[in-house]
Ligand binder design. Structure first.
Ligand SMILES: [Zn+2]
Length: 112
């Protein structure tokens, strides 16, 4: 899961900065949970063609410090699933149906 941090439209290209949602990540070495951000940097996973303008994705990736002092990894980079998996998140579309999509109430219009 990712969230949009900001969108810059001042350049010829539209730049969309995104990051992973979540306060921390699991260390791939010892599987300890860490929320101690060591540093972060930008990745550019894809340039998307747009209508007349280029869209540049900037993915902010964080490096965490492993809380386990004996872990050989010491720091690790969070794994961000990008592009996101197919389809919307469960329940994301169903909660608020568009009012115009409902159609007329049932039963009306058949009366004499
Ligand atoms: Zn570790």
């Amino acid at each position: 899961m990712v969230e949009v941090i900001r969108v810059e439209t001042s350049n010829p290209a539209v730049r969309v900065e995104i990051r992973a949602i979540g306060a921390g990540a699991f260390c791939p070495g010892c599987e300890a949970w860490s929320e101690r951000v060591h540093s972060s940097y930008l990745r550019f996973p894809a340039d998307l063609p747009s209508v007349g303008r280029r869209v540049v994705l900037a993915l902010r990736v964080r490096r965490f410090t492993c809380p386990d002092g004996s872990c050989p990894r010491r720091t690790f980079v969070e794994q961000v699933q990008w592009p996101p998996g197919p389809g919307p998140a469960p329940g994301a579309r169903r909660r608020h149906p568009h009012p115009l999509a409902r159609g007329p109430p049932a039963g009306r219009g058949d009366l004499p």
